[in-house]
Design a protein around this ligand. Sequence first.
Ligand SMILES: *Cc1c(COP(=O)(O)O)cnc(C)c1O
Length: 400
Amino acid sequence: MRISRTDAEALDAADPLAPLRDRFVVPPGRIYLDGNSLGLVSVDVRDGVAALLGDWGKRAVEAWDDWIELPTRIGDRLAASLLGARSGEVLVADSVTVNLYKLAHAAADHRPGPIVTDAGNFPTDRYVLEGVARQRGREYVEASSVEAAVEGASGGVLCLAHVDYRYGRLLDLPAITGATDALVIWDLSHSAGAVEVDLASADLAVGCTYKYLNAGPGAPAFLYVRRELQAEMRSPIQGWFGRRDQFGMEPGYDPVDGIGRFAAGTPSIPGLAALDATLDVIELAGISRIAAKSRTVTDFGLSLADAWLAPLGFEAVSPRSAAERGAHLALRHEAAMPICRALLERAGVVTDFRQPDVLRAGLSPLTTRYVDAWDGFDRLRSLVASGAHLAQEAAPRRVT
Ligand SMILES: *Cc1c(COP(=O)(O)O)cnc(C)c1O
């Protein structure tokens, strides 16, 4: 099947989300297929952060009366717009790493068994869980597959990525949650803002806001604790933001009721302002339309990969079924690392490389047009067909 650029243009013309893309700033001279790593800035976020700086200037410390509500107020917004959670179940705070640490300790209080994940989970998740297991004197199990992890977690704590960062596999969250007696911590970093998430059956979750939520580098993460569990869950970090009568400055620790007990120290207000502003765009789009675009744009990318890239030695290793896939495609190639670098430096296409042999093409639904997928994959095909990547210097970079 021949897929022409005109086909891509027609899909863009019919895309209900297309007008929203104009609110985002695309790096000049680039085709950006890396929104799964760092989402792009929107004018809404730029204006939201500017307004926060103005507020800081005009009101300084007096503005804290409003700012202090942001972690729970924006948590409620995330809960309703994106996560299928209830009010009072989501808190915006810290990083994914720190939130996972907090929830893994709290979960270990409730299950005596092993702390389990799969070897394909994101590195920080594996490292944090290994450390918590050591601190708690528990067995740490890194299973060879998700299925083996679910099986081995009985009576313990299980952490799984809803969408896997390398291959983009999307797990059936309600089915897995219902099939185990382990306390499951879902990592939504690669699913929140890309696909539909329904936490109604889930107990615990963490997630990231600088990928598909476009809240900016280092924007605060979120955590979710099912309402019915909150009273019996405690954070291992006894910070003053989680204490009852915070400004009473009393001796001893006494956590507040509700999700606020998982707060630790002073939150990043510029990061929260950015998140609040980006949710304006996301709510305008609506997660069902975003998720639908995720499925169709990755289907489109897979068709291009089959037609153009398979003959050049690429293997598309993301799930073939859109219902089992997040918003990025994993393309395996033995020379994936120099190809990724050459694609950026010689053809202006931003993707990323993941060990050992995967080129990731992020097709973030709000910011990726069908023509971006077409142009990006077309340049990738030309580059590899020409062999130009073979001459690519691959000096190591601090960030890949
Ligand atoms: C991106 C990502 C993280 C990031 O963690 P930080 O603490 O924000 O650095 C964690 N887990 C998963 C699965 C991710 O995709």
